[in-house]
Design a protein around this ligand. Sequence first.
Ligand code: NDP
Ligand code: GDR
Length: 350
Amino acid sequence: MPTALITGITGQDGSYLTEQLLAKGYTVHGMIRRASNFNTQRIEHLLNDPAIHRERLFLHHGDLIDSSNLNRLLEKIAPNEVYNLGAQSHVKVSFEVPEYTAEVDGVGTLRFLDAIKETGLEKRARFYQASTSELYGLVQEVPQTEKTPFYPRSPYGVAKLYAYWIVVNYRESYGLHASNGILFNHESPRRGETFVTRKITRAAGRISEGLQDVLELGNLDSQRDWGFAPEYTEMMWQILQQPEPGDYVCATNEMHTVREFCEHAFSAVGIDLTFEGEGVDEVGRDKDGVVRVKVSPSYFRPAEVELLIGDPAKARQILGWEPKVTFKELVQIMAKSDLKLAQREKLLGE
Ligand code: NDP
Ligand code: GDR
């Protein structure tokens, strides 16, 4: 059975992809970063399974800024498939650590591709790059496709632009089976808590349980094409099964505002919100008139991506991929899961 190497295995996508590859019979090797606290919560259930951990799932310390480590891992593992999901993945944070973001998200991808070439694995290892709808940035066309020009609006987007093109370049120069999945926002109960969807569902659950009073957000008008993460990680695998490498948009072709996400998430836990006011004065009140959502300028970005919506026609045609979970279902899944989490928190606190 094939062997896969995943960077970013401890993240949202890495955890789903690992489950899916193990279910297909793969041996999975994951790169993890040394941390002062445990950072493997999302794959804990797999690590606790003795039939899996150290039998078909192996973890290795490493970092995308450490070339010699990448070389050693590739030589040792000789993977058939490499999924490069590791990244400083927070757009707002990338404005605060632009150089680090460029190192990890941009040059890190080059280091990996070059390590594949230098270890002589270019005919054996297929490479998946976690590209992003943030490449589109400032709207050039709606909906966005594989042919839409890029105009990134953050150090994160610019670093990922470099990664995108270096993948294309290594494919064209050295014949690597290297592909970009241009994934639009995808969410789940495993989403990091500082991304807007999870921040909202966590707050909705906690407010409904009386553990928190109010949620502070940034731009409520921003619009995103939100899908369900496990469906997107399945597509990563599909891309690498194609005889030819290529670049694919992965999206639902439907977009909603942050405000709408809030309304649905709060409604899922029994709180009906009414929004009033404008800009930083906008608030969301519950039926008793209590302010539950307010806007804080500290969450605005120096440059915003106002609108993203992707057309996955190429993926539908070539991979047979279709998004299944709808926007409303996605919000329900996340809100219900975070309500349970808040209830457990409350119980433990009592
Ligand atoms: P997460 O933030 O949940 O996970 C990021 C992963 O990268 C974590 O495992 C993290 O490790 C690891 N990582 C961070 N820095 C480094 C480094 N220097 N070296 C090695 N590993 C590192 O992201 P997602 O799972 O949501 O996203 C996966 C990938 O897809 C990312 O590249 C992201 O930019 C991209 N993407 C995500 C989209 C989304 O909507 N989720 C959409 C489009 C692209 P640790 O746990 O130790 O922090
Ligand atoms: P994004 O996701 O920047 O699209 O990047 P995020 O959830 O951070 O923001 C989405 C939109 O919501 C607005 N927003 C807020 N965002 C956050 N995080 N916190 C807030 O309080 C808040 N209030 C409003 C943002 O301004 C933005 O417009 C994600 C990441 O997973 C990237 O790695 C990935 O490449 C892209 O999705 C596709």
